[in-house]
Design a protein around this ligand. Sequence first.
Ligand SMILES: Cc1cc2nc3c(=O)[nH]c(=O)nc-3n(C[C@H](O)[C@H](O)[C@H](O)COP(=O)(O)OP(=O)(O)OC[C@H]3O[C@@H](n4cnc5c(N)ncnc54)[C@H](O)[C@@H]3O)c2cc1C
Length: 533
Amino acid sequence: MSELDLPVVDFAPDRWGNPEHAITLPESLQATLDALGIHPLAAPVAPEDVALGASAVPAATRTALVEALGAPYVSDEAVDRLRHTRGWSTPDILKMRAGDASDAPDLVLRPGGHDEVVEVLRICSDAAVAVVPYSGGTSVVGGLTPGHEGFHGVVALDLGRLEGLTSLDAVSRTATLRAGTRGPRAEELLQADGFTLGHFPQSYEGASIGGYAAARSAGQSSAGYGRFDDMVVGLVLATPRGTLELGTAPKSAAGPDLRQLVLGSEGTLGVITSVTVRVRPVPTVRVFEGWRFASFEAGAEAVRRLAQDGPLPTVLRLSDEVETALNLADPASAGSGSSGCLAITGYEGAPDEVAARRAAATSVLLELGGELLGEEAGEKWRTGRFHGPYLRDPLLDAGALVETLETVTFWSNVPRLKQAVTEAVQGALLVYELPSLVMCHLSHVYETGASLYFTVACPQSEDALAQWGSAKAAANAAIRGVGAAITHHHGVGRDHRDTYAEEIGPLGVDVLRAVKATLDPAGILNPGVLVSR
Ligand SMILES: Cc1cc2nc3c(=O)[nH]c(=O)nc-3n(C[C@H](O)[C@H](O)[C@H](O)COP(=O)(O)OP(=O)(O)OC[C@H]3O[C@@H](n4cnc5c(N)ncnc54)[C@H](O)[C@@H]3O)c2cc1C
């Protein structure tokens, strides 16, 4: 079984991922925590002890929803409501650990098809009930936490029953997948026919096709396969006004591309019920290698050269000195990394093509000062690439605060951005008089620029939510201050909404509000996400 053949499992409300893959902290990391004086604080509230308010949806609306979907698919059970409360950012987890379920939906709805989604939207629109489209539930930007004010309750619209591959055009290399199909299931279905999507975000075990499209996801193989929005050729959107079906051809000169309006709309304009994507043949060869560069600057120069002049590996990433030393991708050896900066190159495809691309990229990397560490280091990253998120829960248990953030800018601005975010976060955390580590990697590259992904770790203060809030606010201001974008792939949600509004300006916000008013006149879809009301 490859590391991509992960079973589709339901997550617990309070722990990331497949419970069978849960890990304990490696000794090396525990020793680092001890040395830093990090100790567990209050024990988390168990999910069964979290108090939930009564469901606020009016009885008549509930009856209409039961008539539309069938009683088994309208749930107000506590376990369902808890599992659909917020997403998986560290603040989301901290709130759940504190027993705060104030953002829980009143009902969880599980429609079985597109027409049922349209009907739910009609009912909720008439009854002024807010709707949260929910695919995998892995949002880390508050995308699943709409405003309640002014509505007669909130329902989570779980798209898990809209699952599967509905068509495959092997000649055009396109496939239509239903929105609730989780990452591993999509690969299983496509690979049975010899194709792959090639989309492997770190949230692969939990995230789904609809969420990838709605939040413009980018996978770890984006250098070779592109971002998810590059793969989409068609979409079906259910809205309170009816259905929007988009994508009659791969490219068109007919007006603005409305597909681009739906991509990244984060559940505010409608519910994506199916997505047609470009697929590629399953690669016959996969080679992953590790490289060491003396510094992040030297490594970034080499990565930029490949991104601009080619050839591009399928996976291309570079960790800075701090991340390299901690080696977070591989919990088994976390804390035991080495000096310099680790880069990973991965090549997937047909044997001759991979050999040629690898040889050409290797000579560029050697010329620019790279030291080839070999396939063992690459394989270590490849097989451990979905393990990182499993570290967060035991780290929180141990009293550490860990969170990530990401951004993107043009190449000429990358050093300034890295420095500005690092200093801003460290400065904000200094107030707590606690040590902090700010790590960075570069993992999505373009001819003109790259995304920077930061991981922050420090001891939890008495109020870890406020502590992270101040670090995040400082990071947002720094990103904005150097003219970078507030997100490359996590999306806007509620957490980035105000900075995004500054990025696109008042006219940009008005355009989004006008489109929303057309498709969702009652404003029930994810109110307060993406743009303020
Ligand atoms: C540990 C971890 C690692 C992550 N790694 C990555 C990564 O490598 N790359 C990356 O891009 N992201 C990553 N993310 C963020 C997240 O996984 C992505 O944003 C992903 O695309 C969300 O997909 P989902 O199916 O879970 O969507 P959800 O969380 O269910 O929804 C995301 C947003 O889209 C809306 N939405 C969901 N489904 C639909 C639909 N069918 N129609 C309309 N709106 C909808 C929701 O209302 C919400 O606003 C990570 C998250 C975690 C927790």
